[in-house]
Design a protein around this ligand. Structure first.
Ligand code: G3P
Ligand code: CA
Length: 254
């Protein structure tokens, strides 16, 4: 059958570099990652930026709410010095800057996760669609050929995005607690299911189940070599990892 699982750099090469920064993505690409994973939130002035948490405390030199800060305010943050290995300042990355950088890598896929706290209710999916349109990524020849793939834990967000950009495929993310609620998977309108590695370890048969319904599997976050091999053996399509260099070595090995 198939080619091996593709390696997705989760928030970039984020074990070695500060997550969601340009340096983390550039290094992941240098290491050979075949796809990038991205978390997207909206600033108060409606700009899609790359931050995982609703507040910045974990990764910045100041703690602010993302949804109530402007792009200018967030651009003054240092998102690099906190990192235990990197320890150097890094600026905030906008989705647009990432997509500009990614234009030089046309074969690299982009797994774009909308984070959707109540305050942005739906606007982040619209902003993502608009950015994809700006870069001509909203009308791929087919789902399989699409460089961009939308993702969300929210069933509503996936549905909403698929209505906004029907030609762009989506991953319905699932955690261990709710993975079985994905049995009527076709109903979500996603082309791939996205279980955590914990969910997949507990129910490895789900990969075949989804495949039999025409859906692929994207598994996160897979840093342990044994888990990488499990994904490979199950035929998982995409493996998201904080250590892309390790995943490439393990998955290409015997
Ligand atoms: O790749 C999906 C995964 O990133 C979902 O979890 O919390 O890391 O965004 P989280
Ligand atoms: Ca994510």
């Amino acid at each position: 059958m198939s080619t091996r699982s593709g390696v997705v750099a989760h928030r970039g090469a984020s074990a070695e570099f500060p997550e969601l920064t340009l340096v983390a993505y550039e290094q992941a690409l240098k290491q050979g990652a075949e796809a990038l994973e991205v978390d997207i939130r909206l600033t108060s002035d409606g700009v899609p930026v790359l931050l995982h948490d609703p507040r910045t405390a974990r990764v910045a030199d100041r703690d602010v709410w993302v949804h109530s800060s402007t792009l200018d305010e967030l651009s003054t943050l240092d998102l690099g010095t906190w990192h235990p290995v990197h320890r150097r300042p890094e600026p905030l990355l906008t989705l647009r800057s990432l997509l500009v950088m990614a234009e030089a890598y046309p074969n690299v896929k982009l797994f774009l996760e909308t984070k959707h706290p109540v305050p942005s209710g739906g606007r982040v999916e619209v902003a993502l669609r608009d950015e994809l349109k700006y870069f001509g990524l909203d009308r791929p020849a087919s789902h399989l050929e699409s460089r961009a793939v939308m993702m969300s834990f929210s069933v509503m967000a996936v549905r909403r995005f698929r209505q906004l950009a029907p030609q762009v495929p989506a991953v319905q993310l699932r955690e261990r607690g709710n993975v079985l609620k994905s049995w009527p998977a076709e109903g979500f309108g996603a082309q791939l299911m996205g279980p955590s590695i914990g969910a997949l370890r507990a129910r490895p048969w789900l990969v075949d189940y989804w495949r039999s319904r025409g859906m692929g599997t994207y598994c996160w976050t897979v840093d342990d070599p044994a888990d990488m091999l499990l994904c490979r053996d199950l035929g998982v399509d995409w493996v998201a990892t904080n250590v892309p260099s390790r995943a490439l070595t393990v998955l290409d090995g015997p």
